[in-house]
Design a protein around this ligand. Structure first.
Ligand code: PSV
Ligand code: MN
Length: 432
């Protein structure tokens, strides 16, 4: 299915006068507060969030999965879905593949198809947390950390293959998330498991092309419940520092124990020039993989507050503090919502938090911090957080030819119904 640009134009025309009123009001207020609106709009428009191929179908829990209809059955249809999202918001111009769930049948054709939807390939993801049907050795007791060198070699070879495919697609980074760990005290020797992981990762690192980056994701528990080899940002940072300058830590917002101060982790990793990117999602308990901003939008804003602070040239007190281009990606699972609606909401929430963080009066905040004025610091942050920036986002969409109200358009245009007609009601996407 392709979104008809005339229908988008009709949709926008019906809403434009209301939108203008809201934008004019907000622009006047922001200008009075000393913000330059056009540069703000430019920054918001340029912000793109990659969509993971595995979030396009209905996810599930270990108790069950309740699929909706019209879900993408293969890679080409997943790309078509990301193309739909991008046509509606012009902010989702990249897809991240998981190998072997998304083995490209013909990389040249797949690249051509991506081009036709205006999409790029974001990080490629390896998978050594499951056994595949044709796999010789099992990952039941780990992969890159396994006690058996043959299993480690198999996992290293898999990573080399993922990089090779990524090169063919034009991807520029590899994300490694390892399920390796233990379920019981005493099951695994912590130091030896870490050392084996480092040695294996060094071999994978050696396969990276010079212009690639490796992202090392951490997670405190699940599927292993007692210990995880790369369980926290400290372990990830340690590995990345030992691996070299192409290795960076990746922060998945759901991969922290309850009440962890994620924004402080973000600041520390940026300080060391080792923050590589994000997997955005929201949660109440842990790796819930809920819609971004649905449970804790203030935390999301605080994360962006650190990002904007760290990315601004003024705050870079030395060269090391300037991180390279960060990778922004959603990593969510949709159990009860239509995945495409959920993703539209997530992208919007991310961009709202970014836009609000751009409004923080950094000089005033620094002054409040230096004088230990906690009340003033809170007022400054919450003033930005409570500003309704949605007209700015809508304006960037209007200018880019996207929909003023992407979710509204999605429903009016009956996109899901069309996908069901094209693909059927009982479809299962690869990898879920
Ligand atoms: C693990 O929970 C994770 O966050 C990793 O990023 C995986 O690649 C992804 O989910 C999909 O299973
Ligand atoms: Mn993740």
């Amino acid at each position: 299915m392709i979104i008809n640009s005339n229908s988008v134009a009709d949709h926008n025309q019906k809403r434009e006068s209301r939108h203008r009123k809201k934008l004019d009001h907000l622009s006047a207020v922001l200008t009075e507060e000393g913000h330059a609106v056009q540069p703000l709009l430019k920054k918001i428009q340029a912000f793109q969030v990659a969509i993971p191929s595995w979030a396009l179908g209905t996810g599930g829990t270990r108790f069950g999965r309740f699929a909706g209809g019209g879900e993408p059955r293969r890679l080409e249809e997943k790309m078509e879905d990301v193309g739909l999202l991008h046509a509606l918001n012009r902010s989702s111009g990249a897809i991240s593949l998981h190998i072997p769930w998304d083995l490209p049948p013909d990389p040249i054709k797949i690249r051509f198809l991506a081009n036709s939807f205006g999409l790029q390939f974001d990080a490629v993801n390896s998978n050594t947390f499951q056994d595949q049907a044709d796999q010789e050795l099992s990952y039941k007791f780990g992969s890159l950390a396994h006690t058996d060198a043959r299993v480690r070699q198999q996992a290293i070879a898999h990573h080399a293959e993922v990089i090779r495919l990524g090169v063919e697609l034009g991807s520029k980074s590899l994300t490694v998330w390892l399920a390796d760990g233990s379920c019981f005290p005493g099951q695994q020797h912590f130091r030896r498991a870490f050392e084996r992981t480092l040695a294996s990762l060094r071999e994978v690192y050696g396969c990276l092309p010079a212009d690639w980056r490796m992202f090392v994701e951490y997670k405190p528990y699940e599927p292993n419940f007692y210990s995880t080899v790369v369980g926290d940002w400290g372990s990830s940072l340690l590995l990345c520092q030992k691996l070299g300058e192409q290795a960076y830590s990746l922060v998945d917002l759901g991969h922290h124990l309850p009440n962890t101060n994620v924004e402080q982790i973000v600041s520390r990793l940026m300080m060391e020039g080792k923050l590589g990117g994000f997997h955005f999602n929201d949660s109440k308990y842990g790796d819930d993989d809920l819609t971004v901003g649905s449970v804790r939008p203030y935390q999301l804003f605080l994360v962006f507050n650190e990002l904007v602070d760290g990315l601004s040239p003024d705050s870079a007190r030395d060269e090391k503090a300037k991180p390279p281009q960060l990778a922004w990606m959603i990593d969510a699972s949709h159990n009860v919502k239509d995945p495409l609606e959920d993703l539209l909401q997530s992208v919007e929430a991310i961009k709202i938090a970014y836009a609000q963080a751009l409004l923080v009066d950094r000089k005033a905040l620094e002054a409040a911090q230096e004088t230990n004025d906690a009340a003033r610091a809170q007022e400054i942050l919450q003033h930005a957080f409570r500003t309704d920036v949605r007209p700015l986002l809508a304006e960037t969409r209007l200018r880019a030819g996207a929909a003023l109200d992407p979710l509204g358009f999605y429903r009016e245009d009956r996109v899901r119904e069309t996908l069901i007609k094209e693909r059927g009601t009982k479809t299962v996407t690869t990898g879920l």
